[in-house]
Design a protein around this ligand. Structure first.
Ligand code: GTP
Ligand code: MG
Length: 193
């Protein structure tokens, strides 16, 4: 995958949409989960999505066109505790507006930090997608932060807690590259089927 930024929708509450009919795969997760890092790893570009030194920075919807074939949609991270209440509330209409408004969505990748339990927002997102029949992949991020045995145990725990199928779940590390190729292949499967 080689991606280029389609542009971003930072100007208003309504997400700017690329003028294309390409299939879309969206990426969502709590703030600081490693979403920008994962997107950069997927498209093998260091700076396509901005990696935050201050968590909670990605507050708009960004669209990245890949190979002229599909679009990766970077949804704003939710629920970072240290940003203001108003900023925290802003993600919900943005994400819901996108999810309700799109007809091109072929699947969503939900990111979960291997060391953290899913938030109510994570569970709401999964329920919403299940209701609408949107295929879901779950990327379990930052697995390099645990040793291999602990990471595997956490992946199994999260898979069972959220009633996921094992083939929906991809352990991932932007630092080591673990899971990168598997996730890229799974995303391409979503847009091509
Ligand atoms: P916001 O957009 O601010 O909500 O965050 P984000 O989900 O886009 O996360 P981002 O990619 O900006 O990463 C947040 C922090 O986690 C940064 O300090 C990254 O360097 C770090 N990080 C991201 N992925 C990994 C990973 O796989 N392993 C490790 N060890 N650190 C990671
Ligand atoms: Mg980000």
């Amino acid at each position: 995958m080689a991606g280029k930024p389609a542009t971003d929708g930072r100007s208003s509450g309504k997400p700017w949409r690329p003028p294309s009919k390409l299939p879309e795969v969206a990426f969502a997760g709590r703030s600081n989960v490693g979403k920008s890092s994962l997107l950069n790893a997927l498209v093998r570009r260091r700076a396509i999505a901005r990696v935050s030194s201050t968590p909670g920075r990605t507050r708009e919807i960004n669209f990245f066109e890949v190979n002229g074939e599909f679009v990766l949609v970077d949804l704003p991270g939710y629920g970072y505790a240290r940003i203001s209440k108003a900023e925290r509330a802003a993600w919900r209409p943005l994400i819901e507006g996108y999810l309700h408004g799109t007809s091109a969505l072929r699947g969503l990748v939900l990111l979960l930090d291997v060391r953290r339990d899913p938030t109510p927002e994570d569970e709401q997102m999964l329920a919403f997608l299940a209701e609408r029949g949107v295929p879901v992949l779950v990327a379990i991020t930052k697995i390099d932060k645990l040793n291999a045995r602990a990471a595997t145990a956490r992946v199994e725990q999260l898979t069972s807690k959220l009633a996921l199928e094992p083939d929906q779940v991809v352990p991932f590390s932007a630092t080591t590259g673990a899971g990168r190729d598997e996730l890229a292949a799974a995303v391409v499967d979503l847009v091509r089927r």
